[in-house]
Design a binder for this molecule. Structure first.
Ligand code: AMP
Length: 368
């Protein structure tokens, strides 16, 4: 185990495994290009080690050059990519092969393709040492890759965590054993949001409330918000595929989190399974599902009270509230068994002062 900045990383790929992958790509490309003089274009900073080892393995005529993109600026409104180091000269009519260290979502790749869009190259190919097929958006064909890897945060062999780790000969992955991931379970009004606010501070967790994300999108008039609004206004659940995708995006936005509190998700069997599969692909898991229990009459009076303050229309109408309870009983309550089978289900009395309930929850978490 090694430490870089505040995080721990464990071995993932040995020097030998990496070198074999580099050789494989070099051989494959040689088969296609040994009779020409291609230009290899490394994408800085991450690819420098790969390019160096690749060229040592590629013993045929070739040229080499580098580009460097301003990583997170993306396309400007004019459609021009911000480049820090520009395209090689005289590439017109030549075969260009991009050498990337890693392709994950494909965002950088999109910038690269735009960068080369108006050059009259003969051929434009993409080679990447590592390739995260699970998260890649699939927009362009990856012509050559060394190793397909799961969606883990990796460092070493040119790849960094906040600039550290590039000089490692091996590749390491983030050690996420110490994460705490909680599902807060319970009917609308059970106090999930209130308690999440305390727990996230206490345990330094990222709180994801799917209801809040929907409301944020509605407020900002996004396409997602418009779609969700019709369901939420009636107290119906938003369709699974929409909600699952949104939840995954929220997790992806926080790769450095020490753990997550899922509040209002999962609400259906399909969501629970999708969550497990998604977390597993990231070497993460749910540690506990904690249910806040309270009876319907108390919940209804809490929700009506909240509706007066927040202005949420789904909290102001007893009919809509009852429909949300029906949705819960029908689709969400069965998840209790799903988590019981995994020995992860804990029930907590949700009646009492906020502090009393926080201390009941804390007890469960400390016992994990
Ligand atoms: P909440 O704030 O958690 O009570 O959620 C408010 C509304 O957002 C719900 O009544 C649903 O319409 C929608 N919603 C929130 N989370 C989910 C979810 N996991 N699945 C489907 N719909 C959801």
């Amino acid at each position: 185990m090694i430490q870089l900045h505040d995080k721990f990383f464990k071995p993932f790929l040995s020097e030998k495994q990496i070198q074999q992958a580099v050789f494989r790509i070099a051989e494959e490309i040689a088969l296609d290009y040994k009779d020409q003089t291609p230009i290899f274009v490394g994408v800085l900073n991450g690819s420098f080690m790969f390019v160096s080892d690749f060229l040592k393995a590629y013993q045929h005529p070739c040229e080499v050059s580098f580009v460097k993109l301003s990583s997170y600026q993306g396309l400007t409104s004019t459609g021009i990519v911000e480049t820090l180091l520009d395209l090689p000269e005289n590439i017109e009519g030549r075969s260009v092969i991009i050498l990337e260290d890693i392709i994950d979502t494909g965002r950088t790749l999109q910038e690269l393709v735009h960068l080369f869009a108006n050059t009259n190259v003969k051929e434009f190919k993409i080679a990447s040492l590592f390739y995260k097929s699970e998260v890649y958006n699939g927009e362009y064909v990856i012509d050559y890759f060394g190793l397909e890897i799961p969606d883990r945060f990796i460092v070493g062999y040119g790849l960094d965590y906040n600039e550290l780790g590039r000089n490692l000969k091996e590749v390491y992955q983030l050690n996420q054993k110490h994460m705490i991931n909680l599902v807060l379970f319970g009917k609308p009004g059970a106090g999930k949001g209130t308690q999440a606010a305390f727990l996230k501070e206490k345990y330094n967790l990222k709180h994801i409330s799917t209801g809040d994300v929907f409301r944020y999108n509605i407020k900002n008039g996004t396409a997602l918000g418009t779609l969700a609004k019709s369901y939420i206004d009636k107290g119906d659940l938003v369709p699974d595929e929409v909600t699952i995708k949104m939840l995954e995006d929220e997790v992806e936005k926080n790769p450095d989190a020490d753990g997550f509190i899922f509040d209002g998700f999962p609400r259906t069997a399909a969501q629970a399974e999708a969550l497990d599969n998604f977390l597993e692909s990231k070497d993460m898991k749910i540690n506990a599902t904690i249910a806040l229990e309270a009876n319907d009459e108390i919940l209804i009076s809490r929700l009506l009270e909240r509706g007066k303050v927040s202005g949420r229309s789904d909290d102001q109408d007893v009919e809509k509230i009852r429909n949300r309870f029906d949705e819960y009983n029908l689709k969400t309550a069965p998840l209790k068994e799903y988590y019981e089978e995994q020995n992860k289900f804990y029930s907590v009395d949700g009646i009492g002062t906020i502090e009393e309930i926080t201390s009941r929850l804390t007890k469960v978490i400390q016992g994990l």
